[in-house]
Design a protein around this ligand. Sequence first.
Ligand SMILES: Nc1ncnc2c1ncn2[C@@H]1O[C@H](COP(=O)(O)OP(=O)(O)OP(=O)(O)O)[C@@H](O)[C@H]1O
Length: 299
Amino acid sequence: MINVTDLRKGFEGMEAVNGVTVHIKKGSIYGLLGSNGAGKTTLLKMLAGIYKPSSGDIQILGQPVFENEDIKKRMIFLADSLYFYPNTTIQQAASFYQSVYPSWNEGRYQTLKQVFQIDVTKKIHRLSKGMQRQVAFWLTLSTMPEILILDEPLDGLDAVMRQKIKNLLIQDVAEREMTILISSHNLREVEDLCDNVGIMHEGKIIIEKDLDDLKSDVHKIQVAFKQGIPAEFLQHVPVLYKEERGSVLLYIVRGKESEIHDHVQEHQPAIFDLLPLTLEEIFIYEMRDVGYEIENIIV
Ligand SMILES: Nc1ncnc2c1ncn2[C@@H]1O[C@H](COP(=O)(O)OP(=O)(O)OP(=O)(O)O)[C@@H](O)[C@H]1O
């Protein structure tokens, strides 16, 4: 569905996107995470056909996207900052979308009135920031896109509206296999929406995995020994983080749960807990592993 190979984009002597390869399957929800300035928006803008790559290849629905009208009619990019023509009402914007997108579904637009409940004669630029975002989703979902590219999509929406929109997105994925690429700093949001995750740092994708695999690959261990830490403890296990809390040791380790469990048990600990991590914790420790220190994140 979306195939990106060795993609690069440079600005003024720096590589904002530096050799990215990503494959996104039809009907999946792919979460693009990363540090500030990692290159996420630049990557999304190339996928949306707004930026021309410096080099590399993008194939969407089997075609290149740049200056490709056919693909752009089947896909919508919702940017982090929205733009609407000044003085346009919701109804006028809907008519405009209807004229541009052949897949516009008037029935869906009318049905979604009950979800968004904003007077269609209102001028969009006079609405609040959150209401403008609701209008953007209302119009977007009425075009029945095959691919949806979202940059920080739920910013400014209240909790109830965020849940409603998430449900609508999941419904479109389940019912008609819409594909979603979503970039967000809100990892909890991504956690219950996405099935695949890619983490970007300094222009590169440093990890790309099925979210369930990612979660089953990193674990938190709390362990204590009666007579000090055994010499060979965790010697062959990749440790992402280690902390001593009195006599209890906290480790973040990578590997299969059963293997880690057996390894720790071999050393007969006095206390042993093996806990799953949230996506937020995985993100922080993986970023730390590539030199983006936790201290930098919270200071
Ligand atoms: N139009 C541009 N001209 C020059 N430099 C740019 C341009 N757009 C982005 N950059 C630079 O490219 C790098 C990546 O920016 P980008 O907006 O893609 O990051 P991001 O991952 O979306 O960041 P954030 O999470 O902070 O939104 C940054 O160093 C930024 O300054």
